[in-house]
Structures are given as structure tokens and as C-alpha cells.
Design a protein around this ligand. Structure first.
Ligand SMILES: [Ca+2]
Ligand SMILES: [Ca+2]
Length: 183
């Protein structure tokens, strides 16, 4: 009986962990070069970016400069990793709708959309797209980085998948050993 429950539970847990592991992705890597306002900036190769599912105060509204300065501090002249909305890709004015990540340390990236929310600089505006702002975490674990991110995106994803499957295999083996020892 115990085994039956366990054998049903393991695939469910694996699916959950797969979902968590791939809840974010890098669709493009570029450099931010000019901040337009608290939720919009230009990049050197991907054009204008609109942060997904958040809204910053408009020019003339209270908090406009706070949001703009904060976004400037987070992204200007830095490498930005873009998770582009897979459903609509662009919004009004052809801007790419993205969750934006920047380097945090050797193991983690920081979610800029979430950082602005936590600072109170922007508000959630949850559009119908691939993102759910209520599930964002400030930091995400860095995937294996390729030598040249702009041309080697597929290899980066492939390495991440191999790494993930290897971890799943190890966890499954540990669970099986634990179950067998209990019997
Ligand atoms: Ca995406
Ligand atoms: Ca959304």
C-alpha cells in the first residue's frame, strides 16, 4: 500500500519540480543602454523592453523618478537576461514584454521586475501572458552559462536540461534506496 502511494506520488513531485525549475527561461541576452521610465528601457540589440506584469508611475505622477532611477540602477549598461513573453511577445508600440534578470552573484540572477515590486516602485498589473507575478522570487538559480550567450542559447538550455535530469535521477535513486532500506 505504502509503495503504491509512493509510486503515485513520485511522478507528481517530479512534475512539480520540473515546473519550478523551468518557471523561468532566458530567451535573449543583451545589454541595457537607456532607461525610458520605471518600466521601460532600450537595449543594444533587442530594441525597447517593457517589463511584464508591472506598472510604474507615469511622468508627472508621484513616484515616477523613484521608479526610473531604481530601474536605471538595476539595468543600465549591464547584461540583461530576457524572459520574453512566449504568448504575445510584444505589447503596444512593439515593445518586447519581458521579465528581466541581471547578474546577482556567481550562483544567482536577480528578477528586476520583482525587485522593483519589493521596493514599492511599481505595482502588479497582471496581464494575460506567460507570466504570473505572484510566483516570482527575487533570485533564481543561474543556469549553466555558455561561452557566448547571444549565439549559444540552445546549448545553454540543453546543458540546463541535462543538469536537471541528472539531479532528478540522483534524487529518485536516493528515494528508492531509502524506501528499500525501510522495507
Ligand atoms: Ca519566455
Ligand atoms: Ca501575467
Amino acid at each position: 500500500m505504502k509503495m503504491k502511494i509512493l509510486s503515485m506520488l513520485i511522478p507528481f513531485l517530479l512534475l512539480l519540480s520540473i515546473h519550478a525549475a523551468f518557471a523561468w527561461e532566458v530567451d535573449a541576452t543583451t545589454t541595457a543602454d537607456r532607461v525610458i521610465d520605471g518600466d521601460t528601457f532600450d537595449t543594444t540589440t533587442e530594441g525597447r523592453i517593457r517589463l511584464a506584469d508591472v506598472d510604474a508611475p507615469e511622468r508627472g505622477e508621484s513616484g515616477y523618478y523613484t521608479a526610473e532611477n531604481l530601474l536605471d540602477e538595476f539595468v543600465s549598461d549591464k547584461t540583461v537576461y530576457l524572459d520574453i513573453d512566449d504568448i504575445y511577445r510584444t505589447g503596444p508600440y512593439g515593445r518586447l514584454i519581458c521579465v528581466v534578470y541581471v547578474n546577482h552573484n556567481s550562483t544567482h540572477l536577480m528578477n528586476v521586475n520583482k525587485a522593483l515590486l519589493l521596493e514599492g516602485a511599481v505595482a502588479i498589473d497582471n496581464y494575460d501572458n506567460e507570466f504570473n507575478p505572484y510566483t516570482w522570487t527575487l533570485y533564481v538559480q543561474r543556469l549553466l552559462e555558455p561561452q557566448n550567450p547571444s549565439t549559444d542559447q540552445d546549448s545553454w538550455h540543453a546543458k540546463a536540461i541535462v543538469g536537471f535530469l541528472a539531479s532528478v535521477g540522483i534524487i529518485a535513486t536516493i528515494i528508492c534506496i531509502a524506501v528499500m532500506r525501510k522495507k
